[in-house]
Design a protein around this ligand. Sequence first.
Ligand SMILES: Nc1nc2c(ncn2[C@@H]2O[C@H](COP(=O)(O)OP(=O)(O)OP(=O)(O)O)[C@@H](O)[C@H]2O)c(=O)[nH]1
Length: 353
Amino acid sequence: MTYTTNQKQANLETLDIPKVGMPVTIITGFLGSGKTTLLNQILQNKQDLKVAVLVNEFGDINIDSQLLVSTDEDMVELSNGCICCTINDGLVDAVYRVLEREDRIDYMVIETTGVADPLPIILTFLGTELRDFTNLDSILTVVDAESFDAEHFQSEAAFKQITYGDIVILNKTDLATPEKLQELEDFVHDVKVDARILHTTHGKVALPLILGVGLTPKDVYTPQKEEHNHHEHHDHTHNHEHHENAHNHEHHDHHSEHLVNDGFVSVSFQVDKPFDVHKFENFLTEEMSKDVFRAKGILWFSDSPMRHVFQLSGPRYQLNADEWKKSPKNEVVFIGRHLDTKKMHSLLNECLV
Ligand SMILES: Nc1nc2c(ncn2[C@@H]2O[C@H](COP(=O)(O)OP(=O)(O)OP(=O)(O)O)[C@@H](O)[C@H]2O)c(=O)[nH]1
């Protein structure tokens, strides 16, 4: 029997043959280490590879998506909030949406939040039916070579990110001394004897070193249902004031208790009025809580027609001007431990014109 192309297509559609083995890379790494920067390097250098990007952002406002250099052909899916809930309520659906797309997608890259233990995501790929449709290629762990140390920010998540990394990328080498880099290499090798380590500045790395490398060992991960593999368990509710939007959807009961983002909370602020630049800088240097570890935003200042991309990571912050892509508005997220939302909102409101 001879088939026309259309008949063949129709038959394939009724058979619903899945696209098997889509390669998946997971980018993990602590807050501000350079994950989005690395993702942008991948998107800029991928040539004609069609990449689907899934970004799981901590905080209620999507800042990263506005900073990604994706083209129309790429697909960017976003999800905010607690990683465990996101996996159950959103990540799997998002992966299926990519797999079911009619246009060709060659590769999937997932950026986790900086406070996520990557294990639940790894298990989602290796321990559910996604195992048949995807091929987990590698876990990339980005490390801020200037500020990471053996205390790993007292963060269980930051430590786990290293332990699960197939490749550890020591980023921000421009800010770290050779001694510090050696110290970090020793630390990583202590944690993971056979770790592959790369050094980068602004996430610049030849893509064949990180994509299509087939490094995730498939058999060492065994799915552990109904368990989150966290050492500590926290009541989910104390965080709700910071994550109202992320938690509006329905949850399964067993989600009411688990590690909440390693003790980190986010405070979001968005308003359709501009800041006075001097007041805002005074807020940053004099008034803002020292417990803020990371902040990012798209800022509108009364004396400038440009938008300002604001990045704060540890002790450093940057404001880079470029063109507005939509009507001006202030959107900023602060991440840290023990943040007082009310106080921060009130201080930020005082910076408005
Ligand atoms: N000096 C220097 N700065 C860097 C380098 N890589 C990234 N940065 C800066 O570090 C800040 C944080 O980078 P991101 O890529 O947004 O970090 P991230 O890991 O995605 O942050 P979260 O999503 O908040 O966890 C930004 O201001 C970057 O421009 C680097 O190699 N050197």
